[in-house]
Design a protein around this ligand. Structure first.
Ligand code: N01
Length: 549
């Protein structure tokens, strides 16, 4: 099958005609770009539909001040091409948003992928035809495509949680959401700014907005743990040394639980002396460690409450040692009922230090919820805060949101929204019973958000392509996870999660950040290496759990 004539399509000449492809990919983030590359390599006609007017996914939309990756860039980057690794020069240990976006644009150019990506094309509906074994996919602007395979590369954190705040339309200042930040940036110089939300986005923004604003008031509903990034610029020498060991680094990453090497301690806390425990905690908090290394301080940290509390207490002590005002420090210390790492750990640069500035304040939005926006600011149940700008860092309808945003109809018209009414279900986090020939990259039920996303994305895309290559070679036209396989996988994910402390936290991993969203732990918690072995076994066993016809 030939790729359609995109020149005609874009000029509108084919507006009402149906474009036919082997594969359609939804989303041009890390997943969609790599899926396009691999599908083309396999000789498929393929097109990526992207809602934005540029590629990059997360890194296209999240342009808020201070946005940067909190997985080290040497790991949070494609590993499929050694030359790409060699030629790209990361400027910092944790690259800022603009640099990651530039990297992704470079990948698109370098591998000549641009003509396979259609921008400003938001997919609204996808319907499977059981007789013709095709997906019909429509965009909001009315374009229609038919494809044999549909790959949802829609991302786990791509549907922002819009603020449901009474009176927002009457607010006379400007308001922003972290994930829909203006391309030209925002200058807060001299302004009074309110910031709602203290997850990763809020924590990254606070120090930068504080540099500009005359007054910054942070409305915190739940204090989460944040650890220092110890971000540093790369010297030429350091980068060259790291690159000389790149294959080893990648290999160690593949065998690490999150798909990035964090020098995990293999001992439980009980197997160490107090002195050793202390040294381990210090090492991970300080420059040699930092960031997510704190999640790997003890082998039983996410399964043993006592061990977890040791890490949590250590972090709370660090917060108190930085924040001079004890009332602010009290508020910033996460409460005892939140396990360390139970909500996604934040990684910051000078977050806690920023609260020592006189013009930066914190409001307990759990005790005194924001009730409404007024013409001149925000009102809690206590008082009105007059501000010039409001920043919402209130997160996303995570994991399932992007898929439910599209009206997806599988075999016999089955609706994904209805199927997922009680929470997302899948087989292996990449296939859904009742939705043949559709694949989800890093979907609910895979390690995805608990891992180095780029590694997980490459794993999924490679696996999908291996399956499709075999299917095409053997004349298989319909690939579908069985309901029994899906049920078994959902149960396994739940059982694995219940062995850990994760379900104790009201996190977005659990759907707890969205009112009315079912509480289901949405990721495979037991790590990238085990997960990869499971899906490799499935492939070796003739794709056990799939019906192939
Ligand atoms: O969103 P979040 P995020 N009133 O959901 C609060 C990734 N990421 O955008 O905890 C008041 O974590 C909410 O409070 P609570 C990363 O995976 C990565 O910060 O629900 N507050 C919370 O404090 C991350 O985990 C990077 O009580 C309200 C905050 O808003 C994920 O994206 C950088 C509220 C939302 O925190 C999401 O992070 C940034 C309300 N009505 C993000 N509603 C990297 O560096 C919500 N909140 C890779």
């Amino acid at each position: 099958m030939q790729d359609f004539d995109c020149e005609n399509a874009e000029s509108g000449n084919m507006e009402n005609s149906v474009k036919k492809l082997d594969m359609l990919v939804v989303g041009a983030g890390f997943s969609g770009i790599y899926q396009l590359y691999k599908a083309r390599e396999a000789g498929l006609s393929v097109r990526v539909l992207e809602a934005g007017d540029g590629v990059g996914g997360t890194w296209f939309w999240n342009r808020y001040p201070g946005a940067r990756c909190d997985v080290e860039s040497l790991d949070y980057s494609y590993s499929f091409c050694r030359e790409l690794e060699e030629e790209w020069q990361w400027s910092e240990r944790y690259a800022p948003q603009a640099e990651i976006l530039k990297y992704m644009e470079h990948v698109v150019d370098r591998f000549a992928l641009k003509d396979g990506i259609q921008l400003n094309a938001r997919v609204s509906r996808a319907v499977f035809n059981d007789d013709r074994l095709l997906w019909t996919v429509s965009t909001e602007s009315g374009e229609v495509f038919e494809c044999t395979y549909l790959v949802m590369a829609t991302g786990g954190l791509s549907i922002p949680q819009r603020p449901q705040l009474k009176g927002l339309d009457d607010f006379k200042g400007r308001w922003y959401h972290s994930a829909q930040w203006p391309k030209d940036g925002v200058d807060f110089t001299g302004q009074r700014v309110a910031l709602i939300g203290t997850g990763s986005s809020g924590v990254q923004m606070v120090p930068i907005i504080a540099e500009q604003a005359a007054k910054l008031t942070v409305f915190q509903r739940t204090a989460n743990f944040s650890v220092p990034a110890h971000n540093v610029p790369f010297t030429e020498k350091a980068l060259a040394a790291a690159k000389a060991r790149y294959p080893d680094r990648r290999a160690m990453g593949r065998e690490a639980i999150t798909g990035q090497f964090l020098n995990a301690n293999t001992k439980t806390a009980a197997e160490m002396t107090e002195e050793e425990q202390r040294a381990e905690l210090e090492y991970r908090w300080k420059g040699a460690g930092g960031g997510f290394r704190m999640l790997r301080t003890f082998a039983d940290q996410m399964s043993n409450l006592e061990t977890n509390k040791m890490v949590a207490d250590f972090a709370r002590n660090r917060i108190r040692s930085v924040v001079k005002d004890s009332a602010k420090a009290d508020l910033l210390c996460p409460k005892d009922d939140l396990p360390f790492g139970g909500k996604r750990l934040c990684v910051d640069s000078r977050y806690y230090e920023t609260f020592n500035l006189e013009h930066v304040d914190i409001v307990d939005a759990a005790a005194h919820p924001v009730i409404e926006a007024t013409a001149h600011g925000l009102r809690t149940d206590q008082c009105e805060y007059k501000v010039d700008a409001i920043v919402f860092a209130t997160g996303f309808d995570a994991m399932s949101g992007a898929l439910k945003a599209i009206d997806i109809r599988g075999s016999c018209g089955k609706s994904l929204r209805e199927k997922w009414e009680h929470g997302p279900t899948s087989y292996l986090g990449l296939s859904i019973a009742g939705f043949p020939n559709m694949f989800v990259v890093a979907g609910p039920g895979s390690p995805s958000v608990l891992s180095n996303m780029v590694h997980s994305i490459e794993t999924h895309v490679d696996w999908i392509m291996r399956l499709l290559t075999q299917a095409r070679a053997t004349g298989v036209q319909r690939i579908e996870a069985t309901q029994a396989a899906e049920d078994g996988w959902v149960q396994r994910c739940e059982d694995e999660a219940n062995k850990t402390l994760y379900p104790r936290a009201n996190s977005w991993y659990m759907g707890a950040n969205i009112a009315g969203k079912p509480r289901v732990f949405m990721a495979f918690v037991s790590g990238v290496p085990l997960y990869r072995r499971i899906i490799e076994d499935v492939a070796s066993n003739n794709y056990q759990g799939f019906e192939m016809a």
